[in-house]
Write a protein that binds this ligand. Structure first.
Ligand code: C2E
Ligand code: CA
Ligand code: CA
Ligand code: CA
Length: 279
């Protein structure tokens, strides 16, 4: 029964109430995967209104020897609950910065930025700033090419601390992006005080932007809000030409989605270097 429990896909269902034993097994699995190098990063292009690649977002995957590629939604919540997100996010940051340092060596990719998702837990960790400093020093990545994506959960508490930390990192050139904007707890007052350079419109609003008048209104409002606060606005989950046209017509200038490229290994992204908007 023990082995069956460990190999069942349901172990990875974040909604499931896990037994103590299942949780322990998943914890061991995640730790081992970190040690054995079973995580990898996929990169999804971020493009401008002309369809030129401006950079990418790094998205973690678990390459499980038996279960294949496991998406982050199936293990990030567990990693957060079990205190393993610190090690995982640090591993992701280090690899992402190594990738940035590689891109810096090639004229075709030297300007690209790389966005990394950061759990609020790791960002809030007392040692985060010095860890970030170590990673930049060890990898030689340029701080002004790195974007850290944070979610609105950051604003739930210790807001003053977070703002101070962001300002320190901002001083080095690191940019901050507010991810999944509109789905969380943001108050507009906090939004103004955070040293952000970017808002990301959540894909749940982009999906039905042509079908749902409320989603269309939210998308237009977020774009206008970004413009008036001097923030770059990135639309995620752009899958169709129609969605792109709507976003462009309302002033959005940065896009991410299957229309331009799915998350894939770094080499695939290079093939997108000369990408143009599909007709
Ligand atoms: P996210 O940051 O909102 O990332 C965007 C998600 O949308 C990704 O899912 C991406 O594969 C997917 N996506 C991109 N374009 C499209 C599209 O056109 N249509 C649709 N339907 N989906 C699209 P993914 O890779 O499964 O990641 C899920 C979430 O896991 C991310 O959401 C992020 O919150 C989290 N995550 C990913 N990597 C990391 C990481 O290294 N650390 C942490 N802490 N969280 C991560
Ligand atoms: Ca993100
Ligand atoms: Ca999102
Ligand atoms: Ca998200």
């Amino acid at each position: 029964a023990k082995t069956r429990g460990r190999n069942a896909w349901s172990v990875f269902d974040p909604q499931l109430q896990r037994t103590v034993r299942e949780r322990a097994a998943l914890e061991v699995d995640i730790r081992m995967a970190l040690e054995q190098g079973h995580f990898l990063l996929h990169y999804q292009p971020v493009v401008d209104a002309e369809g030129r690649v401006q950079g990418a977002e790094a998205l973690v995957r678990w390459k499980h020897p038996e279960r294949g590629l496991i998406p982050p939604g199936a293990f990030i919540p567990a990693a957060e609950q079990m205190g393993l997100i610190f090690a995982l996010d640090r591993w992701v940051l280090r690899l992402a910065c190594q990738q940035l340092a590689l891109w810096a060596q090639d004229a075709a990719t030297a300007d690209w930025t790389l966005a990394v998702n950061l759990s609020a837990q790791e960002f809030r960790h007392a040692d985060f700033v010095s860890r970030m400093q170590d990673i930049l020093r060890d990898t030689g990545a340029r701080a002004d090419r790195l974007k850290l994506e944070l979610t609105e959960s950051l604003m739930l508490d210790e807001v003053e601390d977070s703002i101070a930390k962001m300002q320190t990192l901002r001083g080095w050139g690191i940019q901050f992006s507010l991810d999944d904007f509109g789905t969380g707890y943001s108050s507009l007052g906090y939004l103004k005080r955070l040293p952000l350079s970017q808002l990301k419109i959540d894909q749940s609003f982009v999906r039905d932007v042509l079908l749902d008048a409320n989603d269309a209104a939210i998308v237009r409002t977020v774009i206008a809000l970004g413009q008036s606060l001097g923030l770059e606005v990135v639309a995620e989950g752009v899958e169709t030409r129609g969605q792109l046209d709507f976003l462009v017509a309302h002033g959005c200038r940065r896009f991410q989605g299957y229309l331009f490229g799915r998350p894939a290994e770094a080499q695939m992204l290079l093939a997108h270097a000369g990408l143009v908007v599909p007709a």
